[in-house]
Design a protein around this ligand. Structure first.
Ligand SMILES: [Cu+2]
Length: 123
């Protein structure tokens, strides 16, 4: 009988230590829902750029956006099923801000207010 008790104890321990199916995610992540946070470089210069960059990132689907004028890094949080780094970068380029992936059209950049004429990355 002693060995049966031991067997049951081991069985119980293994059941308790393994996660149930309800906690297993298909993508293997453990974060809340499916929000993702990423940082990437967006060229800009002043506070007007900051406002424009953050507003545009949100228009592209980001739930939160924060641009640092010193490091020129934009940190965005988004739902990957709604938008992505690519879509956000594309939208930023379309309003005049170069990103690592997409360059703003020259005419759009030229129309930015003078204070926003950041030094463009070498092509
Ligand atoms: Cu500006």
């Amino acid at each position: 009988m002693k060995s049966l008790n031991l067997f049951l104890a081991v069985l119980l321990a293994s059941v308790l230590s393994s996660p149930g199916p309800a906690q297993t995610r298909t993508d293997g992540s453990t974060g809340s829902v499916s929000a993702r946070t990423e940082s990437f470089k967006v060229w800009g210069k002043c506070d007007m750029c900051k406002t424009r960059i953050e507003k545009t990132a949100k228009e592209a689907g980001a739930t939160s956006a924060s641009w640092d004028g010193k490091t020129q890094l934009l940190t965005v949080t988004f739902d990957p099923s709604v938008t992505g780094r690519d879509a956000i970068s594309k939208k930023l380029a379309s309003v005049g801000h170069d990103t690592e992936k997409y360059k703003a059209p020259d005419d759009v950049y030229a129309k930015l207010p003078g204070c926003c004429h950041y030094e463009r990355a070498k092509q």
